[in-house]
Design a protein around this ligand. Structure first.
Ligand code: NAP
Length: 521
């Protein structure tokens, strides 16, 4: 039997008492390691984090916690090679795709270390200015933000075992809130290994970071009123989290990042071969294939003017045809595997579901697999579908296939395009392509109410833009409605989730004492 990964809770490494669940190499089919959380004393684990970890973190200033994040980043940086090996083995990703997860996580930590340094030697934050409560200016109200006195439980998805941890942990730790992470079982190894390296390096106070690998059973039951839970995963599990008594009865604050039918829109007025047209084709092909389409932000619907449907299909298809699929250890391979047999089945079922209302414009099943046995490897080629019935093909607007699959959708005019995009019922991101700045700005504002982020690609930023699907720590990540209604990142905005806001009503003399100390010369 393979090695069993330990859990780190209550300040020590603890193995589960069960047989464990195996993690596999999705290309070779071999068993890698096992995870198991059976028999852990969860009340003790949560109490230790809440009490010891919380107190130690809150005793530090924002600047000290920011320095701690920088130190943590250095530790992870020193072990990058091992993380790439684990990602290749357990996620089946090519180097560039592993980088999105591993280096994306490190970059996010670095950004929060810098932002936190700017908050200086404070232990609470002021929220806005004081407001007079009556005629006499002496008695006023000042809102303050203080770290919540609880733990942050992260229940994460399989597609980002590194970034998914650090994009949440950076703002939590900077806020002074201890973290307990439960990675998705299929890819838990990388998360566990990173926590192990950080713990061994001793850069965090005891109780600041815990990892529980294996079943989620009983985790939500531990949550108390000042704890928070941040979930990333499917809409079905999100519904279970939301309806748990911890949330419903104990008001535990919850953030949900769920699935999303993201769009790319080529604005009216472009011609085939125009810069904006080519930028769309390039970005769609890239988004479909990065991490084999297993990105919550990946483009699922591609909207183009009716007259450009055939040319867009051809341009995107030509790019997809160049994608070499298979074993990420083969240097010529550009797209590795899906994460598991379960995901492969799910993608095949999703494709069959969409094909009832669409036609195949580029057939992923025609891609040969390099160095990979189709009977074992969880590899699929990229598939572009298309519909001529943009309004009637409801499945296109409500089905997220979590793999290298997108659908081309023709629209009549700009209003029609925006209406079709909104049928996603709330998404993480839409990208717009065009060369008319006024039209792009107007569409961005139109889509802002149903999206967490609108990514606008015009020819002037062709070489500068950060990518439709790349989640930058400076920008909001999350989306309304179907996308879960959550908000993450967005620079210092992310700290709100881990702080409680309170109004202090007092004399101006008292309120003055709340201000941060003047920086030392
Ligand atoms: P999932 O099955 O919902 O699993 C997500 C996490 O929830 C895993 O850690 C899982 O643990 C845990 N879990 C499962 N059942 C649970 C329960 N009853 N109580 C508490 N936790 C439970 O989702 P997935 O299939 O791994 O993830 C794919 C989905 O995530 C896609 O739909 C994708 O769109 C979405 N996603 C969204 C974002 C975003 O930022 N919006 C990012 C990535 C992915 P086990 O693994 O042990 O079952």
């Amino acid at each position: 039997m393979s090695e069993r990964l330990s859990n780190f809770v209550a300040g020590r490494w603890q193995a589960g008492t069960g047989a464990g669940t195996a993690l596999f190499d999705p290309v070779l089919g071999t068993e890698l390691v096992r995870v198991d959380a059976t028999g852990l004393d969860l009340p003790a684990a949560f109490a230790f984090a809440r009490e010891q970890g919380g107190a130690a973190l809150r005793a530090m200033t924002y600047a000290q916690r920011a320095a701690m994040l920088a130190a943590l980043g250095k530790v992870l940086q020193a072990h990058r090679d091992v993380y790439y090996e684990i990602a290749t083995a357990n996620s089946g990703t090519v180097k560039n795709d592993s980088a999105v997860d591993i280096d994306g996580g490190l970059f996010t930590l670095g950004v929060y270390a810098k932002l936190g340094a700017g908050l200086g030697a404070q232990r609470h934050l002021l929220d806005g200015d004081a407001a007079r409560l009556g005629k006499d200016p002496l008695f006023q109200s000042q809102h303050v933000l203080v770290p919540t006195r609880g733990v942050a439980l992260f229940i994460n998805a399989f597609n980002f075992p590194s970034w998914g941890l650090w994009e949440k942990a950076a703002p939590a730790l900077l806020s002074g809130v201890p973290v307990i992470v439960k990675p998705a079982t299929a890819t838990a190894w990388l998360t566990q290994r990173m926590v192990q390296d950080v713990v061994n390096a001793g850069v965090l106070p005891a109780g600041a970071l815990s990892v529980i690998c294996g079943s989620s059973s009983g985790l939500m039951d531990q949550l108390q009123p000042f704890d928070v839970v941040s979930f990333t995963g499917s809409a079905e599990t999100a519904a279970v989290i939301r309806s748990h008594p911890a949330v419903v009865q104990r008001s535990v604050r919850v953030n949900i990042e769920a699935d999303s039918i993201n769009s790319a829109l080529l604005l009216p007025g472009e011609t085939p071969g125009s810069e904006a047209f080519e930028l769309l084709a390039k970005e769609v092909a890239r988004e479909m294939t990065v991490k084999s389409g297993q990105k919550c932000t990946a483009i699922r619907r591609v909207l183009v003017p009716e007259a450009l449907y055939a040319q867009a299909a051809e341009a995107i298809g030509a790019r997809l045809a160049k994608t070499t699929v298979g074993n990420p250890r083969n240097e010529t391979v550009r797209m590795g595997a899906l994460v598991s047999r379960a995901q492969l089945r799910s993608v095949q079922e999703g494709l069959a579901h969409l094909k009832v209302q669409t036609t195949v414009l580029h057939d992923g099943s025609q891609h040969p697999l390099f160095d990979a046995d189709p009977a074992v490897a969880c590899c699929v080629g990229p598939t572009l579908l298309g519909t001529q019935d943009a309004d009637g093909a409801d499945r296109v607007h409500n089905t997220e296939v979590f793999g290298p699959v997108a659908t081309l959708v023709p629209y009549r005019d700009a209003a029609h395009a925006l209406q079709l995009i909104r049928r996603g019922q709330g998404s993480l991101v839409a990208s717009l392509y065009g060369s008319d700045a006024a039209a792009l700005a107007a569409s961005a504002i139109e889509l802002a109410s149903s999206h967490g982020r609108v990514h606008v690609i015009s020819p002037d930023v062709a070489a500068l833009h950060t990518g439709h699907g790349n989640v930058m720590p400076q920008s909001l990540h999350g989306g309304p409605g179907r996308a879960g209604g959550g908000e993450e990142l967005g620079g210092l905005k992310a700290l709100n989730f881990y702080h409680r806001r309170a109004a202090v009503q007092a004399s101006t003399a008292v309120l003055t004492q709340l201000s941060p100390p003047a920086p030392s010369a």
